[in-house]
Design a protein around this ligand. Structure first.
Ligand SMILES: Nc1ncnc2c1ncn2[C@@H]1O[C@H](COP(=O)(O)OP(=O)(O)OP(=O)(O)O)[C@@H](O)[C@H]1O
Ligand SMILES: [Zn+2]
Length: 597
């Protein structure tokens, strides 16, 4: 039994209830991400008296983090977030054992066994792939997860328990895309010009060759438009061959801002109801540019909306800097390519200038570099108060989970705006989706000697259940590992290869999809986490997520109806609001244009 070590812990114990508090604080916690929410969360955890915390973050501190990540200060810039967060949090409460890991949570050493060494996992992440990964590992290790996200004034905390929805149960909003013809020929808002410069032009000039069309093509797109787009892309690819030459910028400019626009204006029917674009002239702008210096660095350079000639100037400079960077990097690595990064100053200069030159051509309002960064980076201003509230709500849920008061756990939403009935509303976590490929799947550990165990051995194990507990699935199986398909009924070329030869190592995850046309209930997905045990060939089922022989996973993971059906009056009342509010912390809002790229 823990006892409060200082007044703050004692206050927390009183607020939570001394019994519940002392049961919870000795638990081993894993906190993933030490950014905006993570810093608040760690501070709250140590102040509440939690004694054993592991934090992991792959990043270093950036000056832009300092306005809201209060565990970090100026002197910490460029240092590890995880290590500094630990150092700062220990000053609040030196009695806590904090382990800090400067790593990505994707690393294979953070395997199922490692996840299982924690009692509770708390996500404070900013991207969906990492959230999905932690969710899956928590399912495999049978550990509860508290998920969080904020976007401006909105925020949410979700509790993912054994019998409640997991992160993957609810489909995520699909990114909004724009029709190709709007982006390519008839932009009408600044965001159309930004998408064109960052997702199309930047990729074509500096990205990977196969990335040449990052814009989604919708089914109703006119085939001729697509043909034209391809032709124009090929012409740009040819210009790219001149990346080494002094007039590279001029070649690009003349093609995209003069010739292509001139060609477009000849399509008269396109401009019957719209103002036609007006091409720009390289020579005229070059003459005007003489004697002009680059817009001064600092706030003004970011906030000021540049004139046409200033945009031309920044375009010319940034295109030549990016071209030089490409050429020198490709001398070392022929495959080198860039992708747009809002924090790359040259890339942002380029995208701002191209956006504005294009906007000018189409009579669209031009934007400051700051605004372009916000829109191109899908940035929603982060609000420290929102992060603080969400972190606090996470800690309250942590106490309930660790006190095993599962029925009292709530998914909580921070609501904003005039129509809200409450600032915070909660609901019981919904039941899992029966269709979910993550929580409805089976999870096994496969202890093998990867140097001798072959893919055929594995197929036999899955199909015939060599172990007495037997797996013996019925149906056709497809085997995937790390995004590649390594076996299906028509492809067994890898059969004789050992796991090592297939580069499947300790911590690797193999996904087996069983397809049974005759009996849908026998179609299932099973995850195998490889645990290398020298000289050992055994098949080990761990955790409580077992698939009984010849049964489907759905039967094996019964859902407690109580969790699904119970709703508080408050939860019901706010259900509509909840759906609108689901945020994933990497989506965006920019004026009227809601964009997710
Ligand atoms: N795979 C991962 N493994 C470990 N930490 C991760 C991983 N992916 C993201 N993170 C961390 O999650 C944290 C999320 O914090 P936050 O949303 O405040 O983002 P940020 O990068 O600090 O700020 P911003 O994106 O606004 O500049 C970041 O510190 C980030 O490094
Ligand atoms: Zn699920």
């Amino acid at each position: 039994m823990s006892t409060p070590s200082n007044q703050r812990n004692a206050d927390a114990a009183l607020a939570i209830g001394v019994d519940a508090w002392s049961k919870a604080v000795g638990a081993r916690l894993l906190m993933v991400g030490a950014g905006g929410i993570g810093c608040e969360l760690l501070k709250d955890l140590v102040m509440a008296g939690f004694e054993r915390i592991t934090i992991i973050d792959l990043d270093t501190i950036d000056v832009s983090n300092l306005n809201r990540q209060f565990l970090f200060q100026k002197q910490h810039v460029k240092k590890s977030k995880a290590h500094i967060a630990k150092e700062s949090a220990l000053r609040f409460n030196p009695n806590v054992q904090i382990e800090s890991l400067h790593n990505s949570i994707f690393e294979s050493k953070f395997n199922v066994e490692w996840f299982r060494s924690f009692d509770l996992v708390m996500n404070a992440l900013d991207n969906i792939p990492a959230r999905k990964h932690v969710n899956m590992m928590c399912r495999a290790a049978s550990r509860p997860l508290i998920e969080s996200g904020t976007a401006g004034y909105l925020g949410q905390v979700a509790v993912h328990l054994k019998n409640t929805q997991c992160f993957d149960c609810e489909p995520k909003p699909t990114p909004k895309t724009f029709p190709v013809c709007t982006i390519r020929s008839t932009p009408s808002t600044p965001i159309h010009c930004i998408v064109w410069s960052k997702s199309y032009l930047f990729n074509l000039l500096f990205g990977k060759d196969e990335d040449d069309n990052a814009m989604a093509v919708t089914a109703d797109e006119n085939a001729k438009e697509i043909e034209d787009l391809k032709r124009e892309a090929n012409e740009l690819a040819a210009i790219k061959n001149n990346i080494n030459s002094a007039n590279f910028g001029e070649l690009v400019f003349t093609k995209i801002f003069t010739r292509d626009i001139e060609r477009l204006t000849t399509m008269t029917q396109m401009w019957e109801d719209r103002k036609p674009p007006v091409p720009l002239q390289f020579k005229a702008l070059t003459a005007e540019r003489k004697g002009l210096s680059k817009p001064a660095a600092g706030v003004d350079r970011n906030m000021k909306v540049w004139s046409l000639v200033e945009n031309f100037h920044v375009f010319s400079e940034s295109v030549s800097v990016l071209a030089k960077r490409m050429v020198s990097a490709q001398q070392k690595d022929a495959e080198f390519s860039m992708s747009f990064d809002k924090d790359d100053e040259d890339a942002l200069d380029f995208v701002t200038a191209v956006t504005n030159l294009r906007a000018h051509i189409y009579g669209i309002e031009t934007q400051s570099r700051f605004k372009v960064k916000e829109m191109a980076g899908n940035i929603i201003p982060a609000i420290s108060t929102t992060n603080a509230i969400i972190a606090g709500l996470m800690v309250l849920q942590a106490f309930k989970i660790l006190d095993q008061k599962y029925d009292e756990c709530k998914n909580t939403y921070l609501v904003h705006g005039g129509q809200r009935t409450h600032l915070i509303c909660g609901e019981n976590p919904p039941a899992p989706s029966r269709e979910c490929g993550t929580c409805q799947a089976g999870y096994f550990e496969l202890c093998v000697d990867v140097t001798t165990f072959t893919l055929s051995d594995f197929v036999n194990l899955v199909l015939t259940g060599r172990d007495e507990r037997g797996l013996a699935v019925e149906g056709e199986i497809t085997i995937n590992e790390a995004g590649r398909m390594i076996y299906d009924p028509d492809f067994d070329d890898n059969g004789a290869l050992t796991f090592k030869e297939l580069k499947i190592e300790n911590g690797g995850r193999i996904l087996v999809l069983v397809d049974n046309d005759d009996d849908e209930s026998k179609s299932l997905s099973i995850n195998f986490f490889v645990v290398h045990k020298d000289g050992m060939l055994s098949f080990d089922m761990k955790g409580d997520r077992k698939i009984p022989p010849r049964a489907s996973v759905k039967q094996a993971v019964p859902v407690e109806p109580a969790a699904a059906e119970k709703r508080t009056a408050e939860g019901d009342a706010n259900d509509g609001e909840r759906k609108k509010l689901r945020v994933d912390n990497e989506v965006i809002v920019a004026d009227d244009d809601v964009i997710v790229l």
